[in-house]
Design a protein around this ligand. Structure first.
Ligand code: ZN
Length: 868
């Protein structure tokens, strides 16, 4: 019955033709879903709505699947949409397998790689809105997804999506997206419309969430890193941002000098190819003001897109000119700087000024995102084969100046912290081996159990960039002129930051090595019930974490004033002596397990010079000016289990009847790095370069601790309180207290002294309480930091220099000009006034929760011996 079959087929074709438009129209548009046009003035979709919309698309189309890739700090789910052709969507695992094979050329010959590059699909990751106020891309993401699955694209979407798998993360900061939309909606129509929030838009880090991409402190970073280097291995990645309002409309790569030397040339060329194609597509469609080669450099590792370069992934950045969140702005032509008004080769079509709206940002971002998808399609085979070739280079090519390996000895001052560093490296995809015997490398003997990071590995650029010392090029505005500052850090070397000893090895060596699948954390045994005291090493950060936790129990703790040499072990001054009780044994077992903490046992401590340690009531000041360093300090406290109270301006104010008495409530008060004017008045001084950009906050968030707060702090110190100021907060002390110290580089010109975020050498007196547990020579993070001069005190003041810069060779990693300006000057000073102390920590001792190697300055201050 061939005729009947034909008839049926014709009928079903007819039915399909009839139904097709209905099926195509079945995908709800974001405008219909939200009830307003995406990017309309003063309208924002919040993350809950965005998740619901993506969920709806997932139900309506076989071309999109919404995955949960983790959760935010405040436990919001993080979603990622996978978008491709219907056929590809059924075989996603197969294509993930192909890129996994291409990443490891050790098991894949070139001929097979070529076949896989032909068969495979290029994977492209688009991440949006890491900086929560840079919100346009979250709105754009909904429209992009809808356009792709309904074929409303400038290219044939079926053909393109048959070769490209798009991964779309509508926000990498869900908590912040919600905070910003809530705040915006609350104040729309008032004078605070579009203004900033009084708190950080990421619970701990605020804007610094884009400085976390090698440290992985934040769960958001971890979720996306897992997508990038473990689960999906995209070949191309773009992170979409916003910048200031008055310069170019859009920055896209090529990046500006200098390039970080570890990135492969083919990678930079691929970045440029994608960037130039975007600019071309934007120009073709009449979009003005697109610039490249300015502002954003190729030197950094801590940002979301930069970490991609070092993993041989084509990492791109887009930066749109901002509006006031969703409020349009009018820019006068005269407000545009000359260099963004004139035509340049990298900027041939300047924007003349006028109205600028959220929808403009959405439009530019749609075009650039679609352009990137098209480029991925056009060069699919190349991107996949280059992916393979770059990994092959990483493994096989040893260029001039490349190390052979790095060795992390198993003999460390703080072994648990060195293991934590290995964990961080492995999460970033670094391969690590462990030696099964003693061995010699570069004429040094290393004990069995030491760790080896070979340079020859797929993620070589990343491993080397993290473990080696940075040498920032001496870039000047003109020969002999002022330095051109880097975009962010000049140096970041991870082992130096974490206080882990790690040697660069130049010459090949042989030894028995096992590749680690996970970090071999030891399981130290719990103490015997019989010993009288338990001893915790002051050199180990985890000992402090244990002590803070033990204070929750009824505990008797002492700190040794000198070295302890008993029963075959030696402990440094400041080590903790804990009286062994049943309760302590119980508490310690869990802590040993959590922190992999070695403990020692002692029967008697009568002969050890020591002082008793009391539980301290700790407070941390939080201004209403969203201070990132306060957030990171909070992170360190939460991470190590330090109990604390957050203080706001109102806590420094008394009532008509009673002055505020801080000492009644607290023993230690910490001020994180912050402008002293902000602390005191809640705004920068009118002459500050930040003053112009300062926007008012609702009245309940205005002001600072005020004169009354300063007086309360003075009384606090007089009564025996410990006041701790970090980095520029020390300036508050120089201004308001008659402390015998000052900032020696306060008014020094950049041509005489310049040190953009870099790692410097300091000498430490580790026999004094603030220096306990530190090595005598350490590496400290210097970032808009202080250099202190002290003098012979008078009256009721005293001072003790805890750490100072050496006479020469001060720079360890990064860039330093004019080291003579800081040679022999102080970095950490313990000053005493009457009963109390002011601890001035002039360096970034807990910088971005990365500099574990100098945490102890702060931790010691929290446990300062008090005579009361
Ligand atoms: Zn940004």
């Amino acid at each position: 019955m061939r005729g009947g079959k034909k008839l049926r087929r014709a009928f079903s074709s007819f039915l399909l033709l009839f139904l097709l438009p209905c099926l195509l129209g079945a995908q709800t548009s974001p405008d219909d879903f939200l009830g307003f046009k995406v990017g309309a003035d003063r309208k924002l979709a919040d993350y809950d709505q965005i998740m619901d919309y993506f969920e709806k698309l997932d139900q309506e189309s076989p071309q999109i699947k919404v995955l949960n890739i983790g959760h935010s700090t405040l436990k919001k789910p993080m979603i990622m949409a996978v978008i491709s052709s219907e056929k590809n969507m059924l075989e996603l695992d197969k294509y993930r397998e192909i890129v996994k094979k291409l990443r490891d050329p050790r098991t894949l010959p070139l001929e097979d790689a070529k076949k896989l590059a032909k068969e495979g699909k290029v994977i492209l990751l688009i991440t949006c809105n890491i900086h929560a106020t840079e919100i346009a891309s979250t709105q754009m993401a909904m429209e992009l997804a809808h356009k792709l699955i309904t074929g409303k694209t400038p290219f044939d979407a079926d053909t393109v999506l048959d070769e490209v798998i798009v991964l779309l993360v509508p926000t990498t900061n869900p908590d912040g997206q919600m905070m910003v939309t809530d705040w915006y909606r609350k104040y729309v129509g008032t004078k605070y419309e579009g203004g900033r929030m009084p708190w950080l838009y990421q619970h701990y880090s605020g804007h610094d969430n884009n400085r976390d991409w090698f440290m992985f402190n934040l769960p958001e970073t971890r979720a996306v890193t897992k997508v990038l280097y473990h689960d999906w291995l995209p070949q191309i990645h773009i992170d979409e941002h916003q910048m200031g309002s008055t310069r170019a409309r859009l920055f896209i790569p090529p990046f500006m000098d200098p390039p970080i030397p570890n990135v492969q040339p083919l990678l930079w060329r691929s970045v440029n190819l994608c960037g130039v194609n975007m600019a071309y597509d934007l120009e073709k469609q009449g979009f003005k003001g697109v610039v490249h080669g300015r502002s954003y450099t190729g030197w950094w590792i801590g940002a979301c897109d930069d970490t991609s370069w070092l993993h041989n992934v084509v990492g791109l950045l887009s930066e749109m000119a901002s509006v006031k969140v969703a409020t349009p702005i009018y820019i006068e032509s005269s407000e545009i700087p000359q260099s963004y008004y004139d035509k340049r080769m990298q900027f041939p079509n300047p924007w003349p000024g006028g109205w600028w709206r959220l929808r403009d940002l959405v439009d530019y971002e749609l075009v650039l995102s679609l352009s990137l998808i098209k480029t991925a399609y056009l060069h699919k085979k190349d991107f996949l084969l280059n992916f393979y070739k770059m990994y092959k280079n990483s493994i096989e090519k040893r260029e001039k100046g490349d190390p052979y390996a790095f060795v992390i000895s198993s003999k460390q001052r703080d072994y648990p912290t060195s293991l934590r560093m290995l964990d961080i490296l492995m999460f970033g995809g670094v391969e690590i081996h462990q030696a099964k015997e003693d061995f010699i490398a570069d004429r040094k003997l290393y004990p069995s159990g030491s760790f080896v990071v070979k340079a020859s590995q797929p993620y070589k650029p990343y491993a080397v960039a993290l473990l080696e010392k940075q040498k920032y090029p001496d870039l000047r505005q003109y020969p002999g002129g002022p330095p051109i500052p880097p975009y962010d850090n000049a140096g970041w070397t991870l082992p130096l930051q974490m206080g882990v000893s790690c040697d660069r090895i130049e010459n090949p060596f042989e030894t028995k090595l096992t590749k680690l699948e996970k970090v071999p954390y030891p399981s130290p045994s719990a103490p015997e019930a019989t010993s009288g005291y338990i001893c915790l090493d002051s050199r180990i950060n985890a000992s402090y974490a244990a002590v803070f936790s033990l204070f929750k129990s009824n505990v008797e703790i002492y700190r040794s004033k000198e070295k302890i040499k008993i029963k075959g072990f030696k402990l440094k001054p400041g080590s903790f002596l804990v009286k062994n009780t049943l309760q302590i044994q119980k508490a310690l077992a869990a802590l040993i397990e959590k922190w992999h903490l070695p403990v020692h046992e002692l029967d008697d401590i009568t002969d050890i010079p020591k002082y008793p340690l009391k539980k301290k009531r700790i407070a941390l000041y939080q201004s209403w000016r969203s201070n990132m360093d306060e957030g990171w300090t909070r992170y360190v406290f939460d991470d190590l289990g330090v109990p604390y109270t957050t203080l706001h301006n109102k806590d420094f104010k008394g009532t008509k009847k009673k002055k505020v008495n801080l000492k009644e409530k607290y023993d230690v008060i910490v001020f994180a790095d912050e402008d002293p004017e902000i602390i005191k008045l809640g705004k920068p001084s009118p002459t500050s370069r930040w003053a112009r950009r300062f926007t008012p906050l609702p009245p309940e968030y205005e002001g600072g601790i005020g004169k009354e707060g300063i007086e309360a702090l003075k009384a606090f110190v007089e009564q025996g309180g410990i006041l701790v100021t970090l980095n520029s907060a020390c300036n508050l002390i120089f201004k308001e207290f008659k402390v015998p110290a000052r900032n020696a580089i306060e008014r020094v010109d950049r041509s005489k002294f310049f040190c953009p975020t870099s790692i410097l050498k300091i000498n430490v007196d580790n026999k004094t309480p603030i220096g306990y547990g530190m090595p005598t020579e350490a590496a400290a993070m210097f970032s808009r930091s202080l250099v202190m001069e002290t003098w012979i005190p008078s009256g009721e003041w005293d001072r003790k220099v805890v750490a100072s810069f050496p006479e020469e060779d001060i720079l360890v990693s990064g860039w330093l000009l004019g080291e003579n300006m800081i040679a022999r000057k102080a970095a950490v000073v313990d000053t005493k006034y009457k009963e109390g102390h002011i601890i001035l920590i002039g360096i970034r001792c807990q910088h971005r929760a990365q500099s574990h190697g100098t945490y102890k300055f702060l931790l010691n201050a929290l446990l300062y011996p008090q005579v009361d």
